[in-house]
Ligand binder design. Structure first.
Ligand code: DX5
Ligand code: ZN
Length: 221
């Protein structure tokens, strides 16, 4: 099953409660929360109080993507705020294995995200330890950017790494995902698709999610 994870970053923040209720009724699987610190990425987004508020109304798992430096200082805070999946960037973690262990000790699923230029080979000694690899298909920091086509070759490399190592990590693709590339990403082995702008800028977000879900789950991988 391919999961769809709408990114709240693209939602209308003046109506966040209504948006989450809409997502509760939708075919979305996870709610993706993009946390930016102005250091690891050149932008700020939202933080703990917003995640806590979303948790109070969300009926689906919260997939929290930490685009922050030294994420180890905030793991328990995001666990308390209601994260179900906590993803850190490989590039932000000199002690990545320790950080992944800490996420597991908090009882959460752990993800590792990689920027578009980071070699897939750098995942070979952590792939057994994570539930999710988040393959960035844009440079992190902003919603609404264009999908980087080279992601397809990276997706193939990551699939190969997972197959060869016998790991069980799920592949998440994040950035510029829309109805023009979702089916191809699913066919190439993506298990989770994050979609911000393509969902929330569409005339009918519920219908866009439904179409993305249909397109990606009619193909057997
Ligand atoms: C990028 C974020 C993405 C982004 C996705 O820094 O990690 O999750 O919000 O939004 P779209 O789908 O608009 O690229
Ligand atoms: Zn994200």
């Amino acid at each position: 099953m391919v999961r769809i994870a709408p990114s709240l970053l693209a939602a209308d923040f003046t109506r966040l409660g209504e948006v989450v209720h809409m997502l509760n009724q939708s075919e979305a699987d996870w709610l993706h929360c993009d946390i930016m610190d102005g250091r690891f990425v050149p932008n700020l987004s939202f933080g703990l109080p917003v995640v806590q508020a979303v948790r109070r109304v969300a009926a689906k798992p919260l997939d929290v993507h930490l685009m922050i430096a030294e994420p180890e200082h905030y793991l328990s805070a995001f666990a308390d705020a209601g994260a179900d999946v906590l993803t850190v960037h490989l590039e932000a973690c000199p002690h990545l294995h320790r950080v992944i262990q800490a996420i597991h000790q908090l009882g959460l699923k752990a993800g590792v995200a990689v920027n578009p230029h980071t070699s897939i080979g750098l995942l070979s000694d952590i792939i057994h330890d994570v539930e999710v690899v988040c393959l960035m298909s844009v440079n992190p920091g902003f919603g609404g950017q264009a999908f980087i086509p080279h992601t397809f070759s990276r997706l193939a490399q990551l699939r190969e790494l997972i197959a060869q190592s016998g790991a069980r990590a799920q592949i998440e693709v994040d950035g510029g995902v829309d109805l023009s590339n979702a089916a191809a990403l699913a066919a190439q082995g993506a298990n989770i698709l994050v979609a911000g702008n393509s969902v929330f800028s569409s005339a009918d977000p519920l219908e866009t999610i439904r179409q993305m879900k249909r397109q990606t789950n009619t193909i057997s991988v």
